[in-house]
Design a binder for this molecule. Structure first.
Ligand code: BG6
Length: 507
């Protein structure tokens, strides 16, 4: 496939982990599958001096270790890909570095037969550098006019996008003083995951579920994003962030938006994002006086995940000894709109948990009248209620979709037992899905904005999240609830549902 005119991709933050583990391996896969525009060049930009050759060698290591197709050293695909990599050492806030970058880009345009190529700038740097880089690029005249029909410039911006509503708004204002919104691609890598995209396919590509997808049939929704890793080497960053900023503001609220949105008029970027932003704007702000009814924060103490010992969060290097940063957050959300009024969304995410799992559970209402008994085939009966119908979308790992329903247990009594119908991606498709970054980088090259976050989505998400963060900040008396590393999180998280007569699904 030829995806358009020659394009040069510049990665700022080229010495970082993300570049080596994710971005360059993703570009390699795209090149290998013939999905990149012809003559694509990739330029790494970072502070450290190094030659093009050194950069190629480092990136080769990254590809050998992390690329999905697991190429061998010396493979033809690698030999074809590596010469297209270049390196430019520069200081992020020094205009001269950008003049130098401009000269290199011109030289590369020349190799491609000139004139200027399309340019995709990928900002994989600390967030304080996002705007300084964009401003310098603008001053160096490296950003094509948005009305230019011959070439385009697009900028992918990594997370975190702001640390609260005010800083996110300022960042948006600053960025949009140089770029047009249509040139800005704010990334949330969850949207690049196959199973996350499948939420939309599943809802809007089938006719049987959508009629049930509302307050009349759904009792509540649960979203769990559990991680079995501790904060480890990212402790310094994490302690200034916490689970709500790191996972809820972006990934989890995006999942809420996809589950909660109205059908878009088309799959075009703005049509989908218009619907998502309506959901995010319908999130009911949390009243600081009632924070305990809607939110639980936790922090892990020492424990074991599998065989690995994890130290107390407060002993991780880079963490403040009296830190109150939450490594776990559980929230009860309400969407105040026609479809979801009265249907709570319970969401939770934490580090250092028993296992890595991301799952969305849609729990349907019970039938209006209990006609049957329930139990297992030996007649054991549990609790007062039948198990409800549940639809579970497993985002990762072991990607699957499961539907739980009651079936008659064979025998003379009319007894029901819950069973599952299950679809597993790996059984059906027999191939590994592409990495999120492959899809997202390709979409940015193609100008597809559907899977990127628009400025008003960022705003709406922070508007809600700020109410939680502010309430927690004001509440200096209650420390985060403690949970042992390798457990399922603090007990208080179960109470969040128990007081509504509900339970977390067993994962
Ligand atoms: C990142 C967070 O955005 O997502 C990390 O900053 C987290 O803290 C990661 O570990 C989780 O991503 P995934 O794809 O492993 O679920």
């Amino acid at each position: 496939m030829d995806n358009g005119k020659p394009t040069t991709i510049v990665i700022f933050g080229a010495s970082g982990d993300l570049t080596k583990r994710k971005l360059v391996p993703a570009l390699f896969e795209l090149a290998n599958e013939g999905l990149l525009p012809k003559q694509t060049k990739i330029v790494g930009f970072a502070r450290r001096e190094k030659s093009h050759e050194q950069f190629r060698n480092e990136m080769q290591d990254g590809i050998l270790q992390f690329a999905r197709s697991k190429p061998q050293a010396g493979a033809k695909a690698l030999a074809d890909f590596l010469p297209g990599l270049y390196y430019h050492a520069g200081t992020y806030d020094d205009q001269e570095s950008y003049a130098g970058l401009g000269r290199l880009l011109q030289e590369l345009d020349g190799k491609n037969g000139g004139p200027a190529n399309n340019r995709l700038f990928y900002l994989s740097t600390p967030p304080t550098l996002f705007f300084p880089i964009i401003a310098r690029l603008g001053d160096a005249e490296l950003i094509a006019n948005v009305y230019d029909e011959e070439i385009w410039t697009r900028v992918i911006i990594e997370k975190p996008f702001g640390r609260d509503l005010e800083s996110a708004r300022k960042l948006n204002r600053d960025i949009l003083s140089v770029l047009d919104e249509s040139q800005v691609y704010r990334i949330d890598h969850y949207l690049g995951k196959e199973t996350v995209q499948n939420i939309m396919a599943f809802r809007f590509g089938n006719s049987i579920f959508e009629p049930l997808w509302n307050r009349r049939y759904i009792d509540h929704v649960q979203i769990t994003v559990g991680e079995a890793v501790s904060v480890g080497s990212r402790a310094g960053y994490y302690d200034r962030s916490g689970a709500v900023r790191d996972m809820v503001q972006n990934h989890i609220l995006q999942l809420v938006a996809l589950v909660g949105m109205e059908p878009p008029a088309s799959f075009a970027g703005n049509a989908v994002r218009d619907e998502k932003v309506k959901v995010l704007s319908a999130l009911r702000p949390i009243d600081a006086n009632q924070i305990d009814q809607f939110a639980v924060r936790g922090q892990y103490t020492a424990g074991k995940i599998g065989d690995e010992f994890v130290p107390d969060y407060l002993h991780e290097s880079g963490v403040n000894a009296d830190s109150k940063t939450e490594t776990y957050a559980a929230l009860k959300l309400h969407l105040d709109n026609w479809r979801w009024s009265g249907v709570p969304f319970y969401v939770r995410s934490g580090k250092a948990l028993a296992k890595r799992i991301t799952e969305i559970t849609i729990q349907f209402r019970q039938p209006p009248l209990v006609l049957f008994g329930h139990g297992d085939h030996e007649g054991h009966v549990e609790g007062d209620h039948m198990q409800p119908n549940r639809l579970s979308l497993r985002v990762q790992p072991n990607e699957s979709i499961r539907l739980q329903f009651g079936l008659k247990v064979p025998g003379s009594r009319m007894m029901l037992q819950p069973n599952e119908m299950e679809f597993c991606y790996s059984d059906v498709f027999h191939t590994e899905p592409p990495e999120a970054y492959e899809r997202l980088i390709l979409d940015a090259i193609l100008g597809e904005t559907t899977l990127f976050i628009r400025d008003d989505e960022v705003d709406a998400a922070w508007r809600y999240v700020d109410t939680i963060l502010n309430a927690w900040q004001e509440d200096t008396s209650t420390p985060p609830s403690i949970y042992g590393a390798g457990s399922w999180g603090p007990e208080a998280v179960d109470n969040l549902l128990a007081k509504d007569g509900r339970k977390w699904a067993t994962l």
